[in-house]
Design a protein around this ligand. Structure first.
Ligand SMILES: *Cc1c(COP(=O)(O)O)cnc(C)c1O
Length: 320
């Protein structure tokens, strides 16, 4: 039996994060409200430390380490925001960090992770299974493995963003959340179910890799090949055990957005709201614009989950 995290774990995480994570702003846009005939509340985790909500889960998980775990250190596998979140949290808490990253990860991300003081071990992602490698190294070196999404403390930490949003603006009719492995969605659903029980909660994943939608609708975790999409934060191949159980229990449906729709949302954020969101961070707004949800007159929360996009890449995407 899985011991699923609860909303109490989210409130405990919020207390641990106080003074360490930013309380990110909730932005509004009259233009977006008028276009959709709704009241939209954008929770801007692109302004979180290291540029994405992942700091919340990583810091919460590392804060709970025992003295012995802290001394031995943490290990994780990630090419993206979770790597930087663990590296930064570990530095703040004085914990040695080892990060497994694919050889072909962008140099900027490898440098940023090393810049936070973590030891980066590169691997060939076509040859090796990163999860198995992580577990093996953890065993050999006595490190604690904190995976990117399927962990109760990571889920509870991620849920603090939706908690802050609803605490600030009041109850919502709908909440739209980017979906990769499901840590953000399941944590958000815990908060929404407790703070705004009537709120419908939707996950949004890239159209090219709708394993979450298939899993949600079929009732079993579906595995897929790494999807080809610009939403690199949501290129996961499957949901986790914890996240799947919570999503099945607390989420209303899983929707998808295409890469073209993500670029359109990125452009809107840049042009109209003067902010930089990464493609994965745009999933919620893209679904609000295109998924055909009945939004008229509704209060809609949208989690903008991150803003880490290389500027050259950003330019290329907007030009295309
Ligand atoms: C990791 C990530 C996601 C997906 O989060 P999961 O917990 O894996 O579902 C969404 N957006 C950004 C910016 C991310 O870094």
């Amino acid at each position: 039996m899985l011991n699923l995290p609860t909303y109490d774990d989210v409130t405990a995480a919020a207390a641990r994060l106080k003074g360490h994570a930013h309380q990110t702003p909730v932005l509004r846009s009259r233009t977006a409200d008028e276009r959709l005939g709704a009241s939209l509340f954008f929770k801007c985790e692109n302004f979180q430390r290291m540029g994405a909500f992942k700091f919340r889960g990583a810091f919460n998980a590392l804060s709970k380490f025992s003295a012995a775990q802290k001394k031995a250190g943490v290990i994780t596998f990630s090419s993206g925001n979770h790597a930087q979140a663990i590296a930064l949290s570990a530095r703040i808490l004085g914990i040695p960090a080892t990060i497994l990253m694919p050889q072909d990860a962008p140099q900027a991300k490898i440098d940023a992770t090393r810049g936070y003081g973590a030891e980066v071990i590169l691997f060939d992602r076509f040859q090796s299974d990163r999860e198995a490698m992580g577990r093996e190294l953890a065993g050999q070196r006595g490190l604690t493995l904190i995976p990117p999404y399927d962990h109760p403390d990571v889920i509870a930490g991620a849920g603090t963003a939706a908690k802050e949003l609803i605490d600030e603006v009041g109850s919502l009719d709908l909440l739209l959340v980017p979906l990769g492995g499901g840590g953000l969605l399941s944590g958000s659903a815990l908060s929404a179910r407790s703070l705004s029980p009537q709120c419908k909660v939707y996950g949004v994943e890239p159209e090219a890799g709708n394993d979450g939608q298939q899993s949600f609708r079929s009732g079993a975790i579906v595995h897929i090949e790494t999807p080809r999409t610009i939403a690199d934060g949501a290129q996961t191949q499957h949901l986790g055990q914890y996240t799947f159980a919570l999503i099945r229990r607390d989420v209303d449906d899983v929707l998808t957005a295409s890469d073209v729709q993500l670029v359109e949302a990125m452009r809107f954020f840049a042009e109209r709201m003067k902010m930089l969101a990464e493609p994965t961070g745009c999933l919620g707004f893209a679904a609000a614009c295109h998924a055909g949800l009945p939004l008229a007159g509704k209060r809609v929360g949208i989690i903008v989950s991150g803003g880490n996009v290389d500027l050259r890449r950003f330019g290329e995407l907007l030009a295309s």
